[in-house]
Design a protein around this ligand. Structure first.
Ligand SMILES: *Cc1c(COP(=O)(O)O)cnc(C)c1O
Length: 395
């Protein structure tokens, strides 16, 4: 959730702003203008037949689900995707009426009651789950059937019924009371790879399943297959809805998919300098003295650490931006604080803003840069910022 007072859009040469000095030691800044821009870019990239589902699971990839969902819907998205029932309820409680697909599995009577009560739309992955849904809904005397989304496994080997059993599964769900099939969908395993062989095979399997379902005289209202990477790769994968997460947040799922549309990163990670001091040559810095000053240097303490989501494994291998320039982090990153070598700025003030992810002047540090250092993907970086950090919306 976005919280805290909105700050003005702080730029690197307006630091030490009189506004709320030190009121936040560290925060995640969410650029709603960039978010809106990304949604519009994606919508323009789609044919008019295809709707955009903004995937806002995991608190909108760490950006704050409610504000992201509201902005996405205002900017052209028409569906929302979440992973869990509580994520869906959170959006409904905020007054969001758009259709919400729960991408994860749900089974328990409590989950099914909540789905009916909050008008969320579940994913059905197996005949057993479909029977549980129908039975539980029977007991709550739901007037109208609930819309469900049939999930096929075409090669991801995650949720879903094997595509070869798709027709049987769809036929079963069709016959069950209290359920109405809203869509049939699948998920791609390798859409971010420049080698599209496996993706094309999954596409073929999906088409084959759909053909079999159609051959049984079953009318399918809606189909969807594409995540961000598939959306950017091939319009043949768009169908009726695309389920886009990463690109909404302004990052590209793969380097070869850049330049197709212009996306702007939505998230910036910022913190303040809390103390500045000079240390003598030979002085050790932070736990275990993993950094020793080889000369006299200016050291800045910054109020952010691994408990906020700055991975400790980036210690001594991280740069941040101050006044539009890259500055090295030194010593072990601690739970709530980290240190910088700020010798380049003898006049650096306590309270100045440090950008860990984002842009200052001509310099930029992206989640992709961190992901590369950490041997992971930008998705995991975005999801890694803890709730101790307020999400502050800026325009
Ligand atoms: C998370 C998710 C998406 C979005 O993936 P991105 O790569 O972030 O676009 C789409 N579909 C399903 C089923 C997902 O779980």
């Amino acid at each position: 959730m976005l919280s805290g007072k909105p700050t003005p859009n702080i730029t690197y040469n307006q630091q030490c702003d009189t506004y709320a000095w030190f009121s936040q030691r560290a925060w995640v800044e969410i650029d709603l203008g960039a978010l809106s821009h990304n949604i519009q870019q994606i919508v323009q990239f789609l044919s008019p037949r295809t709707q955009l589902m903004a995937v806002v699971k995991a608190d909108a990839y760490g950006h704050g689900a409610i504000t992201v969902a509201q902005t996405a819907l205002q900017s052209g998205a028409s569906w929302l995707g979440v992973a869990t029932v509580p994520e869906g309820i959170q959006l409904r409680e905020a007054g969001i009426n758009a259709p919400i697909l729960i991408l994860g599995a749900t089974h328990t009577p409590e989950q099914i009651h909540a789905i009916a009560q909050w008008e969320l739309q579940p994913t059905l992955c197996s005949p057993k789950q479909a029977l549980i849904f129908s039975n539980v809904l029977e007991t709550i005397q739901q007037d109208s059937p609930i819309p469900v989304h049939i999930k096929l496994d075409t090669g991801m080997s995650r949720l879903g019924t094997n595509w070869q059993q798709a027709a049987e599964f769809v036929q079963l769900v069709q016959r069950l009371p209290h359920l109405v099939i809203k869509s049939i969908y699948s998920h791609l395993a390798t859409a971010d790879s420049p080698d599209t062989t496996m993706m094309q095979e999954q596409h073929r399997r999906f088409e084959e399943a759909i053909a079999q379902i159609k051959a049984m005289g079953i009318k399918i209202p809606c189909l969807h297959l594409a995540n961000s990477a598939a959306t950017l790769t091939d319009s043949a994968l768009h169908y009726d809805i695309v389920r886009v997460g990463l690109a909404v947040y302004g990052l590209y799922p793969a380097t070869h998919l850049q330049n197709l549309i212009k996306l702007k990163p939505v998230l910036q990670l910022k913190a303040r300098v809390t103390q500045v001091k000079t240390i003598a040559p030979g002085t050790g810095v932070s736990y275990s003295h993993q950094f020793i000053a080889h000369k006299q240097l200016r050291l800045a303490v910054v109020g952010i650490g691994y408990a906020d989501g700055v991975p400790r494994s980036l210690s001594n291998n991280l740069q941040v931006l101050i006044r539009g320039q890259r500055v090295p982090q030194i010593g072990t990153i601690t739970m709530d604080q980290l240190m910088l070598d700020v010798s380049a700025f003898p006049d650096l003030q306590e309270g100045e803003v440090v950008t860990l992810l984002g842009e200052q002047g001509n310099e930029q540090i992206s989640a992709d840069d961190w992901a590369e250092k950490l041997n992971t993907i930008s998705w995991e970086i975005l999801c890694g910022f803890k709730h101790r950090l307020p999400r502050v919306a800026v325009m």
